[in-house]
Design a protein around this ligand. Structure first.
Ligand SMILES: C[S@@+](CC[C@H](N)C(=O)[O-])C[C@H]1O[C@@H](n2cnc3c(N)ncnc32)[C@H](O)[C@@H]1O
Length: 245
């Protein structure tokens, strides 16, 4: 039986594996996802930033160093939120332990909302996108990353805990719940097509400014074999959206 996603990350063994996974050389997050996020959000000077599903909030101090006016993380896992509070030791009040779905979003309070690899865990994105739209100032921007739909479509042929050798894209247009084994636990996520994300943003009132697939760049990798492996299939989809002027 799959746990709720914050409970998945609350699991002692899963949490430990996740944190050590993120420390490895050439992680997909550092080599693929983060460079695109930074490319889409910088400069952040003077911006009030909201981070949905912030995890350990490692990006928080970095954005503040880049000149962001403030950083607020919302995180549903108490273990992640506790780690995030340590990351932001000077201002632990900047981390809110809450689900993304039912947090009360303040109106026009942020210039930038980011959500990195948290939204594919959520069953119903439409109300969240509407909340994000209202939480942004008129010139605000929304940038999020999700596991790429070719990845969430199917994990057939993948033996959990091994390096995937081949990828099978299947059931692409059969959207919805997927239950998968990862980090020694069982997690549920939601598969959507690229078009679904696009339409959900439009339905909330957003104008889409950018769509990226985190194409690997050699200079971001220490290991050439990892670079070649990452050149085989997209792992992430990243969208940037703003309010129409
Ligand atoms: C893969 S981690 C990414 C963490 C961070 N954004 C990063 O990129 O380093 C996904 C995070 O989203 C959080 N999350 C998932 N679903 C959530 C929900 N419904 N409400 C709040 N947090 C959620 C998880 O607890 C986890 O910390």
């Amino acid at each position: 039986m799959a746990q709720s996603v914050p409970d998945f990350y609350n699991n002692e063994a899963v949490f430990a594996k996740y944190m050590s996974h993120r420390q490895r050389v050439d992680t997909a997050n550092d080599t693929l996802e983060k460079p695109v996020i930074m490319d889409l959000i910088l400069p952040v000077t003077g911006k009030r930033v909201l981070d949905l599903g912030c995890g350990d909030a490692a990006i928080g101090p970095e954005l503040l160093q880049y000149g962001a006016a403030s950083y607020l993380g919302v995180e549903g896992s108490h273990k992640m939120a506790a780690t995030a509070k340590q990351t932001l030791a000077e201002m632990p009040e900047k981390i809110i332990l809450h689900n993304i779905e039912d947090w009360t979003y303040p109106h026009a309070a942020f210039d930038l909302v980011i959500a990195r690899l948290s939204l594919h865990y959520i069953a119903n994105l439409a109300p969240i996108f509407t909340n994000v739209f209202q939480a942004l100032t008129p010139t605000g921007k929304f940038v999020f990353s999700v596991e790429h739909p070719v990845i969430t479509s199917s994990d057939k042929g993948w033996i959990s805990e091994t390096n995937r050798q081949d990828w099978l894209v299947d059931d692409y247009f059969t959207t919805g719940l997927r239950v998968t084994n990862w980090l020694g636990g069982t997690v549920q996520k939601y598969h959507r097509t690229v078009e679904d994300y696009f339409r959900l943003l439009q339905a909330a009132g957003f104008m889409i400014e950018g769509l990226r697939e985190a194409c690997p760049k050699r200079e971001n990798f220490q290991d050439v074999k990892t670079y070649e492996r990452r050149s085989r299939i997209p792992l992430f989809l990243i969208l940037a959206a703003s309010k129409p002027l």
